[in-house]
Design a protein around this ligand. Structure first.
Ligand code: 13P
Ligand code: SF4
Length: 320
C-alpha cells in the first residue's frame, strides 16, 4: 500500500516531456550526464557523453560541470567521485551494482594480496573503491593489454577481479599473471553451442566479443575489444552483419552509427534476457530525472579510501 502511494506520488512529479525537463535541469544545475552503452536507449539518447569505462573516466576527470549524473553502475559513479571530490555525483539508482565488483570482497582480497607481497596489483576498473585503494594500477578493457606491456617482465602481477579479461591479457602479452577468480554474470551467460548454430544461420556475419566473455566464446570471435572498440570496429569494417557477444544495450548505438548494417545479439544459454545487465537496467529515465530534481542519491566516499583509490586511477590515466 505504502509502495503504491509512493510510486503514485513519484509519477505525479514526472513532467510530460522528460527529455525537455532533463535538458532544462542540465542547464540549471550545470550538470553533465555521462552514460554507458549498456543503459536503456532513451538514457543513451539524452547523455552528453556516451562511452566505455576509459572514456567515461577521462570525461569525469576533464569535466567542468558542477554536477555529474552517472548513468551506469555504482563502481563507475564511484570512480567519477574518486576523481571529483568537490562535485556532486548522482547515480539514478544506488542499487545499480555489478556482479563482477561483488565477486571481489575487500577482506578476501586483502588476504590474497598479503599472501603474495612481491606482486604488483593491477585491478580492472570494475571493482569497488576499497579494491582500487589496495591496487597499484587500474585498467579498463581498452587499455589492459597496453598497461601490462609497460610492466617490467620480471615483476610478478596479480590481476583482479575478472579472470576472463585477465586470461585474455595473458594471451595478448605472453605474461603469466596470478588471477583473482571473478567474472561478470552477463558475459558468462553466452552459449557456445547456440553461437555456432547462429553462425551457421548467418555465415556472412562476423562474431565480435567483449574480453569479459569466457574462452569458448572468445575463440570464435574475429575481433575482441571494449565496448567503444567494438562500436568503432563495426563502423569501419567492410562487413555488413555482426553477431555481438556483449550486453545487448550497445546494439542501440551500433544501429544508430551504422543504420544499414545488421547487428545480432549473441544468444544466452537459457531462453532469457540474461544478456541485459540487470544492474545497469535499474536506471531509468524517470529515476534519472528525479535524481537531478532532488539532487539525490549521491555518491559519497571516506576520504582515506578516495585518496588511496585516486593514485592507481591517476597512474592508469597517465599510462593510457
Ligand atoms: P567497457 O565499456 O569499458 O568495455 O566495459 C564493459 C562493462 O562491463 C562495463 O560494466
Ligand atoms: Fe558488471 Fe557485467 Fe553488468 Fe558490466 S555487464 S556492470 S561487468 S555485471
Amino acid at each position: 500500500m505504502f509502495t503504491a502511494t509512493l510510486s503514485y506520488q513519484k509519477s505525479a512529479e514526472l513532467p510530460l516531456d522528460l527529455f525537455a525537463a532533463i535538458q532544462d535541469l542540465k542547464q540549471e544545475m550545470n550538470a553533465i550526464v555521462l552514460a554507458h552503452y549498456y543503459q536503456d536507449p532513451d538514457i543513451q539518447d539524452i547523455a552528453d557523453y556516451l562511452g566505455d569505462s576509459l572514456g567515461l573516466s577521462q570525461q569525469a576527470a576533464a569535466t567542468e560541470a558542477d554536477v555529474i549524473v552517472f548513468a551506469g553502475v555504482h563502481f563507475m559513479a564511484e570512480t567519477a567521485k574518486i576523481l571529483n571530490p568537490d562535485k556532486l555525483v548522482l547515480l539514478p539508482d544506488l542499487d545499480a551494482g555489478c556482479s563482477l565488483a561483488d565477486s571481489c570482497p575487500a577482506d578476501a582480497f586483502a588476504a590474497f594480496k598479503a599472501a603474495h607481497p612481491n606482486h604488483l596489483v593491477i585491478s580492472y576498473i570494475n571493482c569497488t573503491a576499497e579494491i582500487k585503494a589496495m591496487s597499484d594500477i587500474i585498467c579498463t578493457s581498452s587499455n589492459a593489454v597496453k598497461i601490462v606491456q609497460q610492466i617490467p617482465p620480471d615483476q610478478p602481477i596479480i590481476f583482479a577481479p575478472d579472470r576472463n579479461l585477465g586470461r585474455y591479457v595473458m594471451t595478448q602479452t605472453g605474461r603469466d599473471m596470478l588471477l583473482w577468480q571473478g567474472s561478470c554474470m552477463v558475459h558468462e551467460t553466452f552459449s557456445e553451442k547456440k553461437l555456432v548454430q547462429l553462425q551457421i544461420q548467418h555465415p556472412e556475419a562476423e562474431i565480435i566479443a567483449h574480453p569479459e566473455c569466457e574462452p569458448p566464446i572468445l575463440r570464435h570471435a574475429s575481433y575482441i575489444g571494449s565496448t567503444t572498440a567494438l562500436l568503432n570496429y563495426c563502423q569501419r569494417s567492410s562487413r555488413n552483419s555482426f553477431i555481438v557477444a556483449t550486453e545487448s544495450g550497445i546494439i542501440h548505438q551500433m544501429q544508430k552509427s551504422a543504420p544499414d548494417k545488421q547487428f545480432i545479439p549473441a544468444p544466452p544459454q537459457a531462453n532469457c534476457a540474461c544478456n541485459e545487465c540487470p544492474h545497469m537496467r535499474l536506471n531509468t529515465l524517470e529515476k534519472l530525472y528525479l535524481a537531478m530534481k532532488h539532487r539525490t542519491p549521491e555518491i559519497t566516499l571516506p576520504e582515506d579510501i578516495r585518496l588511496a583509490a585516486l593514485r592507481p586511477m591517476q597512474r592508469m590515466l597517465a599510462m593510457s
